[in-house]
Design a protein. Structure first.
Length: 124
């Protein structure tokens, strides 16, 4: 599996998630606006479970090219609506924003660690 590609995809998903959270917050009082979410982790789990990205594998631990997995943007309709038809919950958005920041920082730390390891190997 292309770890760098998967980390890049995860960081792009986090960036998209940050954009949608900002959009949701900006539209907290917009009539009939529905909150949007990025669905990626569940899609990744499905892909791993189904191995829908199956390629010719040379080792039983190979699970295919998951870096090509695309996130889905969904509109949230399950939450309660305000009088104006809007379903953005500012507290949920702030929590999602904090969680996404931690997620992005973790992905950055993973990528930096891999680059440091690669740099160390190349300099020896």
């Amino acid at each position: 599996m292309d770890t760098y590609g998967l980390l890049k995809t995860a960081m792009e998903v986090s960036n998209k998630r940050a954009e949608l959270i900002s959009t949701n917050i900006a539209n907290v009082n917009t009539n009939n606006y529905k909150a949007k979410r990025v669905q990626f982790e569940s899609e990744l789990q499905k892909a791993i479970g189904k191995n829908q990205f199956a390629l010719t594998t040379t080792n039983e631990r190979h699970i295919g090219n998951l870096a090509s997995l695309e996130p889905k943007v969904i509109e949230t309709n399950a939450t309660s609506l305000k009088e104006n038809g809007n379903n953005v919950d500012l507290e949920v958005e702030m929590l999602d924003q904090a969680t996404n920041g931690l997620y992005y920082n973790a992905m950055t730390a993973q990528l930096n660690g891999r680059y440091r390891m690669l740099n160390q190997i190349l300099s020896n």
